[in-house]
Design a protein around this ligand. Structure first.
Ligand SMILES: [Zn+2]
Length: 499
């Protein structure tokens, strides 16, 4: 399945003789930059045609084999084995309750974006239905930042278009990673070893096929750590570079633990380290410091535009981050059978994300396979966990840096930047060095003083945006939530049943 995914190619929208377009970089770029709904639909559908049907039977086999392996390890099924690392029988309920707390914020940004997209695309977007998934700037509609340009709260105010700025300033791949490293070093974390620079693959090789999905690697010899990323000079890759380097930094911090404990406190922790750094990097304060933001002004409208763009990454990801494994847990538990794979997938996409496919789907399609982590068997709830706890971590380090105070409106959480603050870095380091030697509630307590996951820091960070979205949606009488999609997923077997 990984081979199918990493070598899949499709034809261009307007040129049937160009048929060598890959997910990275071509399709990703088209999804991000094209504003032609027909072209977007083409790429969306063709990518799924190129991967899904070829993986459907293999995936069925994978589910059986994976469950068999889980049973040999004394688990009931793979779902149970994946959840084992969270060491909490109530974990699924915890996640559901976090989502319930975050949902009101998601509904506001969803309604606002649908309203704006309708202005842009007309009837392709319905007034009260789910948002068509191909119009959101990303192949899986998991981050919507690429459509920020025509959704900005204050369109006349400057937009922090970091992609344009990175290119204007001649950023190279090397400079992107050196910039990320500089941040880690500035808070007293450890620099990347020389071998990291020699052995990592930071650009897409021209002479061979490669799984381009970015990843970080610990070779478990306490010296050799690497990143593999087909880096492009974009904002998204700039953030991803910080994300992947966060993994490496965690590897380095716990390298002196016994092998057994050289892991994240739980896998959500591992995903949160680099993102935590990005939260500081994306503050206006920091962007100005490293010369990516020219404007000196921090009036509330500029601040809100910036916060909105971050929300298009961090808020809109939440339901996607949740439903990926909601689907797979049910698949592994046999609650979703192979003939229901695709239609149940769309049920969840609609229920949680409020998105719909651009064209009708059937059980012969297999759209989950169009996402890397599904075919590569990488559990996904870790990203949901990460998106919640990274804000908890952020709140804790910002308090330590004296840059956030719940009772001081001049120090809001979204303006904090811990760059060069060694006190914040040392606090983080203490948690990272534990690896998985302690249960994760002990680890999170070391940094935050809390022993549970808590959505309040994320809500606090986005409070000004949440308030603005509520007012704006009310003013424009925007429908909140969504009615049932008119794009169906048809089970062909049902259809073929005799009357
Ligand atoms: Zn990661």
């Amino acid at each position: 399945m990984e081979k199918i995914y990493s070598t899949a190619k499709i034809c261009a929208f307007d040129n049937n003789s160009t048929c060598d377009l890959a997910l990275e970089p071509e399709l990703t770029q088209t999804l991000a930059n094209s504003r032609n709904p027909e072209e977007l639909k083409h790429v969306w559908v063709e990518w799924r045609n190129a991967v899904g049907p070829h993986c459907r039977l293999l995936f069925e086999e994978y589910v059986d084999l994976s469950n068999e392996a889980a049973r040999l390890n004394n688990f009931t099924n793979t779902a149970e084995s994946w959840l084992d690392g969270y060491e909490d029988p109530q974990f699924r309920q915890q996640i559901e309750s976090l989502w319930e707390q975050l949902k009101p914020l998601y509904l506001q940004i969803h309604a606002y974006v649908r309203f704006q997209l309708r202005k842009k695309y007309g009837d392709v977007v319905s007034e009260k239905g789910p948002i068509p998934a191909h119009l959101l700037g990303n192949m899986w509609a998991q981050r919507w930042r690429n459509v920020a340009q025509f959704n900005l709260p204050y369109p006349d105010k400057e937009e922090v278009d970091l992609t344009a700025e990175l290119r204007a300033q001649n950023y190279t791949v090397d400079k992107i990673f050196r910039t990320a490293e500089d941040f880690f070093k500035s808070i007293n974390l450890t620099e990347m070893p020389q071998t990291f620079w020699e052995r990592s693959i930071l650009e897409k090789p021209k002479d061979r096929e490669m799984v381009c999905h970015a990843s970080a690697w610990d070779f478990y010899d306490r010296k050799d750590f690497r990143i593999k990323q087909c880096t492009a000079i974009t904002m998204e890759h700039f953030t991803t570079a910080h994300h992947e380097m966060g993994h490496v930094e965690y590897f380095i911090q716990y390298k002196n633990q016994p092998v057994k404990f050289r892991r994240g406190a739980n896998s959500g922790f591992h995903e949160a380290v680099g993102d935590l750094i990005s939260l500081s990097v994306e503050s206006r304060k920091h962007l100005r410091k490293i010369g990516l933001l020219k404007s000196e002004s921090d009036d509330p409208e500029n601040v809100l535009n910036n916060l909105f763009q971050i929300g298009l990454d961090k808020i809109v990801f939440l339901p996607f981050g949740y439903l990926m494994d909601l689907w797979r847990w049910d698949v592994f538990e046999g609650k979703i059978t192979p003939d229901e794979y695709n239609c149940k997938w769309w049920e969840l996409r609609e229920k949680y994300q409020g998105v719909e496919p651009p064209v009708n789907r059937t059980d012969q399609d297999f759209d989950p396979a169009a996402k890397y982590h599904i075919i590569a068997s990488v559990p996904y709830i870790r990203y949901f966990v990460s998106f919640v706890i990274q804000f908890q971590f952020h709140r804790a380090v910002c308090e330590k840096a004296g840059q956030y105070d719940a009772n001081d409106p001049s120090k809001p959480l979204h303006e904090c930047d811990i760059y060069q603050n060694t006190e914040a870095g040392n606090a983080l380091k203490k948690m990272l060095q534990l690896g998985s030697s302690r249960p994760w509630p002990d680890a999170i307590e070391v940094l935050t003083g809390q022993r549970t996951m808590d959505a309040s820091a994320l809500l606090e960070y986005f409070k000004p945006l949440h308030k603005w979205l509520e007012q704006e949606n009310k003013k424009n009488k925007v429908f909140i939530g969504w009615e049932k999609s008119t794009k169906g997923c048809v089970n062909t077997k049902d259809k073929a049943k005799p009357e």
